[in-house]
Write a protein that binds this ligand. Structure first.
Ligand SMILES: [Zn+2]
Length: 321
């Protein structure tokens, strides 16, 4: 028994820290490439492995950079009864009203996406291909996070309502079990005229779903004894405690396509942000291959990030703790 407990204690940790899970983030960035109009699709297809595998870099960076954590969420319900009226959408006005410290404490995801968007426009203008790739992979991650209901609430892991674990359940376990059957033909990316308002609208939609995410799980839990709600599954060499297949399936049915809808919206949003940045930069021709030096630099950056990730404890708030 003691041995089993030890294994669980060790093995449950890695599951706890990722948004959308590795699988979800990589799928969103990858499929977003196929939403692009043909003028830009060629460039991203050429680099599809990069934007896919680096879709999780921002999560890995949370092990190295203290400021990273709040870029992934916004606890909007901290700001009172009508938070979307209360919080100015523009960064400067929000800082003016609440101070930057407060904004950082409760998360800055919509504003960080806007900042990344400007960076991407500038990278396109300079035709700086390594920087375009890095920023594209990163902004895809943050946009995907903004589409997750539990990234918009203080009760982000059900910790305030005795539903601890629901964060990873919704955004990692469910997509891993069911995304294979999701319809990812989401249509074509389009030009976004107002990136900040666009992403705020998505945050608002995510937040509107929080009640269902929590309520359904609570209702279903009332019908499930704990030994049926949870199960142990093998992950690699270890056994993991996780939500049982039966419980997952019923919950997924109750959500009535919500995970799929949020994932589809995330995909089209990612493609549209990439495309819009390129259009805003004047549609530069990107037909130059990476130089040997640039390839080397990208590999170097990857190694550094992995070393920090492997050697460190997460800094700032975990998505689940
Ligand atoms: Zn994240």
């Amino acid at each position: 028994m003691r041995k089993l407990l030890l294994i669980l204690a060790v093995s449950i940790i890695p599951l706890l820290v990722y948004c959308w899970g590795f699988y979800g983030h990589k799928s969103i960035n990858r499929v977003a490439v196929y939403t692009l109009p043909s003028e830009l699709a060629g460039f991203y297809k050429q680099h599809i492995e990069y934007v896919t595998s680096h879709a999780v870099d921002p999560d890995m960076r949370r092990y190295a950079v203290k400021e990273e954590a709040p870029r992934h969420y916004i606890d909007i319900d901290h700001y009172g009864e009508n938070p979307f009226e209360n919080v100015p959408r523009k960064w400067d006005e929000a800082v003016e009203k609440f101070t930057e410290d407060t904004l950082q404490s409760y998360g800055i995801v919509p504003w960080h996406i806007e900042r990344m968007y400007f960076r991407l426009v500038s990278a396109f203008r300079k035709k700086d291909i390594p920087y375009i790739l890095k920023t594209s992979a990163d902004i895809g991650h943050y946009i995907a996070d903004a589409h997750v209901p539990l990234h918009t609430t203080e009760n982000y892991n059900g910790q305030l309502t005795n539903q601890k674990g629901i964060h990873g359940f919704w955004e990692s376990r469910l997509p891993e079990l069911y995304a294979e059957d999701y319809d990812f033909f989401v249509g074509k990316a389009h030009k976004i005229d107002d990136p900040l308002n666009f992403i705020w609208d998505e945050v608002q939609k995510s937040n509107a779903a929080v009640d269902s995410v929590l309520h359904f799980e609570r209702d279903l839990t009332a019908d499930y004894p704990s030994d049926r709600k949870y199960a142990y599954e093998e992950k690699g060499a270890t056994m993991m405690k996780t939500y049982s297949r039966d419980f997952s399936q019923e919950y997924h049915l109750m959500l009535d396509g919500m995970v799929e809808r949020r994932m589809r919206s995330a995909i089209i949003a990612v493609g549209s942000f990439w495309y819009s940045a390129w259009v805003e930069a004047g549609q530069p021709d990107l037909n130059t291959p990476l130089t040997a030096e640039q390839v080397l630099q990208l590999e170097q950056d990857k190694k550094e990030l992995e070393a920090q990730y492997n050697g460190n404890k997460i800094l700032g708030r975990e998505h689940e703790d």
